[in-house]
Design a protein around this ligand. Structure first.
Ligand code: NI
Length: 141
């Protein structure tokens, strides 16, 4: 019978991943200066939990929502603008960048409850032609 480990001691667990994903992950680690995967996974989990904490709190936070979308997708720009007008009270600023002939990047800065920001962002991310979306929260809480 092993002695009971304290909560700060390190536990090992196995993670299964596709080789292609591991290669990408290792490249990411090299660029970021990580010495090993465990250290990187610990940081990712900490970030994830911190983000979750901000999302669960009922405080007002700043949210930076960014996404790339296809410029030629029918009615997409109209829909994105419509969502923003519907939620004008939560939106502080919008920046639009024409990446090239086909792609646009839009960055929306919002101030509201994290859940509200997330639901506005998710509605936009779900639109056809929106390729990748990210939210980051900034908060003093
Ligand atoms: Ni554009």
């Amino acid at each position: 019978m092993g002695r009971k480990k304290s909560k700060e001691e390190l536990y090992r667990f196995g993670v299964s991943m596709e080789e292609s994903l591991i290669e990408k992950f290792d490249n990411y680690l090299m660029k970021r200066g990580y010495y090993n995967r465990s250290e990187a996974i610990r940081d990712l989990v900490r970030d994830l939990l911190a983000k979750e904490k901000v999302e669960l709190k009922n405080a007002t936070v700043y949210g930076i929502v960014s996404f790339i979308y296809e410029h030629h997708q029918r009615e997409l720009e109209e829909k994105i603008t419509e969502y923003q007008h519907e939620n004008y009270k939560s939106i502080i600023s919008t920046t639009h960048i024409h990446i090239d002939h086909e792609n646009c990047l839009e960055v929306i800065i919002m101030k509201d409850k994290a859940q509200k920001i997330k639901s506005i962002a998710d509605s936009i991310f779900a639109l056809k032609g929106v390729k990748s979306g990210q939210i980051s929260f900034v908060s003093l809480v």
